[in-house]
Design a protein around this ligand. Structure first.
Ligand SMILES: [Zn+2]
Ligand SMILES: [Zn+2]
Length: 179
């Protein structure tokens, strides 16, 4: 996977020092659950790094224009994804951070370098909607014949469909339990 290595040198060595960075990460896809998100324009990031003395805190925003398959009709579907980036990178492995083991954190290496690409991608994964549609009212595919109902009704039996002019029509089939 594409990395984005940053170094604490020269301007992040001192506690309380900060650095702002902005750019585009050349990652052209990521995955969320079963969804394959294509990001041909890469992932834009606007971040701040702060040296807290014991480590470096990463914060900011990542965004991309992603294309995937519509959850209903499988046509290409576009979604703008913007997520909050969060990361913490330990400057030196120490044994006495209360309650934490070192392996719960990313550790900055001896040269002062660390990779923030995973935190950027994680922000997008977290912010990606579970269901992406080609359009809000996508009609989807007919479950019987597979026809794209956005292009018009198919010839399958539609008698189970609820009358859109009378959505309560379906209630006439419900049997009310005796109280
Ligand atoms: Zn669709
Ligand atoms: Zn059909």
């Amino acid at each position: 996977m594409q990395q984005l290595i940053v170094s604490i040198h020269p301007d992040l060595v001192e506690p309380a020092s900060t650095r702002s960075i902005e750019g585009t990460l050349d990652i052209t896809s990521y995955h969320v659950g079963g969804m394959d998100m294509q990001t041909p324009d890469g992932i834009h990031y606007q971040l701040q790094l702060t040296n807290t003395g014991e480590g470096v805190v990463l914060s900011g925003e990542a965004s991309c224009n992603a294309t995937t398959s519509c959850a209903r009709c499988l046509a290409p579907a576009n979604v703008e994804v913007t997520g909050a980036v969060e990361g913490y990178y330990l400057l030196e492995p120490t044994e006495d951070i209360d309650g934490y083991e070192d392996d719960e954190f990313e550790v900055i290496d001896a040269e002062g370098s660390f990779d923030i690409a995973p935190a950027i991608v994680a922000a997008l994964v977290y912010a990606t909607p579970y269901v992406v549609l080609c359009k809000e009212d996508c009609a989807g595919l007919c479950p019987q014949c597979g026809a794209d109902l956005n292009e018009g009704p198919c010839s399958c039996d539609q008698e189970d469909e609820v009358d859109p002019l009378n959505p309560f029509a379906v209630l006439k089939d419900l049997k009310l339990e005796d109280e």
